[in-house]
Design a protein around this ligand. Structure first.
Ligand SMILES: Cc1ncc(COP(=O)(O)O)c(C=O)c1O
Length: 367
């Protein structure tokens, strides 16, 4: 058994997919975002569950992720969110991947390759409606779409955009939706049929009534809420737990420093438990003297500085603690729960970072 592991509940992901469908309406098409190893939950196992549940498309960042999915036997369409470089064009055809494009130079190269192979390739055109990141600026979208539409061998499936402030600013988000829909109207006026258009992430899909038919959720699939108020609307189940075991227990007298820098000094007789993980396993160093974990279903504090592979807990309040006992860093034990949001808040980051980091730094066990 490893010193630490993440447990992934694939049934929770299936449940969350169903819940999202129920909340947005069964007529909506879903493109789950499974980049970054499905936010740390494992690219292929998560893709298999979502394919089985009826996802319409999958979205990843990189061509390599798309290739890994195809090699694992995933059949449904796969979008490459980040766009592509010329060296990746052949692989798109070999593995039947759908790139998102926003540079004419790439569109032309794709068209040339498609003609050479006497075939057609589907693409999405990425539009920047207010994220200020990838994509053709929304005012130039129609002329770009027209140019791409003239290139032989390319089939524009639809347009794609991304929301910058879905959780925090309704007015600006509505503006992004309006810009997106204006492009769709203008496209239809010039005779372009765009069937599969997506802009809404989890928050965009669950907090707004947009009338758009495709959504692109990530975080909620893994059971984490983008905002607290959505708890009223949808019942999500966290899919990841992060666990380890106690390797050492001892009593320390008062006035003794614990760990590097003695950032914690005992004030009374204190029983400490040592766990064999630290920042190498993704345990944010910012949780030193701040974080809590669960032992015997109770919250106990992390004391002293978190080391590379060692972290100390104050377990004085527990009656009896044994070496080998399970410790939960993220997830439930008994009636207590430590959420990705709680860890993110204490570490000064976001829940996405917590999931990706724990998932990538530890072996995964599937339930
Ligand atoms: C382009 C794009 N679409 C969709 C998502 C999914 O967003 P969320 O995880 O907030 O649902 C992301 C996440 O970062 C993204 O970058």
């Amino acid at each position: 058994m490893s010193s630490a592991w993440v447990e992934i509940d694939l049934n929770a992901i299936a449940h969350n997919f169903e819940e999202i469908k129920r909340a947005v309406g069964h007529d909506k098409k879903i493109m789950p975002v499974i980049k970054a190893d499905a936010y740390g939950h494992g690219l292929v196992p998560v893709a298999r569950v979502l394919e089985e549940k009826g996802a319409d498309f999958l979205a990843v960042s990189y061509v390599e992720e798309g290739i890994a999915l195809r090699k694992a036997g995933i059949k449904i369409p796969i979008a490459i969110l980040l766009g592509i470089i010329p060296e990746e064009i052949k692989a798109l055809f070999t593995y039947q991947l759908t790139p998102i494009i926003y540079r004419l130079e790439i569109a032309k190269k794709l068209s040339q390759e498609a003609q050479k192979r006497r075939t057609q390739i589907s693409v999405f055109v990425k539009v920047d409606t207010g994220m200020g990141r990838l994509g053709v600026f929304y005012k130039e979208a129609i002329s770009f779409l027209k140019e791409v539409n003239h290139l032989p061998g390319l089939k524009i499936e639809g347009i794609s955009s991304h929301l910058a402030l879905a959780e925090t600013d309704r007015r600006f988000t509505q503006k992004q939706f309006m810009r997106f829909k204006a492009i769709l109207r203008a496209a239809s006026q010039v005779g372009l049929t765009l069937k599969f258009n997506h802009i809404a992430n989890s928050a965009g899909a669950l907090m707004y009534e947009t009338g758009l038919s495709v959504i692109r959720p990530g975080l909620t699939l893994y059971g984490v809420y983008p905002v607290r108020s959505l708890r009223q609307k949808i019942n999500l189940r966290p899919a990841m737990c992060f666990k380890t075991r106690i390797i050492y227990v001892k009593w320390l007298p008062p006035h003794v420093g614990v760990s590097y820098g003695h950032t914690y000094v005992t004030t009374k007789k204190t029983r400490i438990a040592v766990i064999p993980i630290g920042y190498d396993q993704g345990l944010f160093r910012q949780l030193s003297n701040k974080g809590e974990v669960l032992v015997q279903g109770k919250r106990v504090p992390i004391i002293g500085t978190i080391c590379m592979h060692l972290t100390m807990l104050d377990v004085t309040k527990l009656d009896k603690v044994d070496i080998g006992e399970e410790v939960v860093i993220l997830g439930k034990q008994g009636n207590e729960e430590i959420t990705a949001d709680e860890i993110a808040f204490k570490a000064g980051t976001i829940s996405y970072d917590v999931l990706c980091r724990f998932g990538r730094s530890n072996p995964r066990v599937y339930l």
